[in-house]
Design a binder for this molecule. Structure first.
Ligand code: ATP
Ligand code: LTN
Length: 326
């Protein structure tokens, strides 16, 4: 039986953090065992907010290396840069003609980002390009954190609209989000998600942060004015986040951690969490340091070649169906 296809993307907007890792990338790695997996560094999405071209160029390779370091294996997954496969942009244009503005107006991520980046067409149509990323490979499932749910809903809607109008073409893709870890919160504001673009760099723990930096970030984590280590997402969002992070990392149940640290005091508890994270990230950092930039670029170029061949097959079919065939 042919395997089902999984697709996901990540923006090369700076170093990745443990939210990206626990919410999405761990699933990317695990899914390689059972699915036909396609992973993409979505560099065109990164141009939808103000950016520096040189930084973007470096961030693409950094992101590709980090993906390989966490366990995305180019011999098992197709891995490439979005901009090197122009069929993504082509399908995005076709889908744009089927996207009601009302759907884009509802996107909370657009509203948040437009406040900082300005109301630009690229940012506005970002979710259409994301739908095209997924659909150009006829993906069945998409591993992402829960902040992407609205975007996935639009993708499903566009797949259905296209199929209804032009005949069955695209699977309606499922979202794959982990039961725990789908939303890791900022260490500085436990009511907001951990984010690369957080104004306060202490809010996000980066996969390549040194042990010292990780300990400092956890020590400065915002908690509450009580003393008891207890899990309560509503009333104790900060402490609950600090329990979730090592629990997901080490697969140790939260209840065991609570038993261990209930009377420890927040200071000792934070250091223990930091140490668990430092230990968990050490293999990723070692893998990262062992990778060679030139080799990574070669792997990405090969990935793009294969991805273009696959995407072109799908687009030939799409062009014919919409009346733009040869
Ligand atoms: P930004 O916040 O600057 O938009 P980001 O940190 O959300 O960036 P993305 O490249 O947009 O990073 O996300 C990559 C993947 O990581 C997505 O699947 C997203 O859902 C997931 N993700 C991002 N932040 C978190 C988080 N705090 N908890 C769990 N998953 C997350
Ligand atoms: N919007 C996503 C990144 C992204 C993506 C995709 C994820 C772009 N295209 C296709 C899954 C599938 C984000 O900001 N995390």
């Amino acid at each position: 039986m042919t395997k089902r296809t999984v697709f996901s993307g990540i923006q090369p907007t700076g170093s990745l953090h443990i939210g990206n890792y626990l919410g999405a990338l761990r699933n990317w790695v695990d899914l390689q065992n059972d699915y036909d997996t396609i992973y993409c560094v979505v560099d065109m999405h990164a141009t939808t907010v103000p950016y520096d071209p040189q930084e973007l160029h470096q961030s693409r390779v950094l992101t590709a290396k980090l993906l390989m370091a966490v366990g995305v294996d180019p011999s098992r997954s197709l891995l490439y840069f979005q901009s090197q496969v122009p069929q993504h942009a082509e399908l995005s244009w076709i889908l744009g003609s089927m996207t009601p503005l009302g759907a884009l107006n509802r996107m909370t991520q657009y509203k948040e980002k437009a406040e900082r980046a300005g109301q630009m067409l690229g940012l506005y149509s970002y979710p259409v390009l994301m739908a095209a990323d997924i659909m150009v490979h006829k993906a069945h499932a998409v591993p992402v954190g829960d902040d992407q749910t609205q975007h996935l809903e639009l993708t499903r809607d566009l797949a259905e609209r296209f199929n209804n109008r032009f005949g069955y073409t695209f699977p309606v893709p499922d979202q794959i989000t982990p039961k725990r870890g789908a939303r890791i919160m900022s260490l500085q504001d436990p009511t907001a998600k951990m984010s690369k673009s957080d104004d306060d760099p202490r809010g996000a723990v980066l996969l390549l942060d040194s042990a010292d930096t990780i300990v400092k970030k956890f020590k400065s984590a915002v908690t509450d004015s009580e003393r008891e280590v207890r899990y309560d997402r509503e009333k104790k969002a900060g402490i609950s986040n600090l329990l979730d992070i090592p629990s997901i990392h080490t697969s140790k149940p939260v209840a065991d951690l609570v038993d261990e640290y209930v009377d420890a005091g927040y200071g000792d508890f934070k250091v223990a969490v930091a140490e668990a994270v430092v230990e968990g990230l050490a293999p990723i950092r070692n893998e990262y340091n062992a990778l060679d930039d030139a080799e990574v670029s070669r792997i990405m170029a090969r990935g793009a070649l294969d991805a273009r061949t696959r995407a072109e097959q799908e687009m030939a079919d799409v062009r014919t169906k919409v009346g733009l065939g040869a």
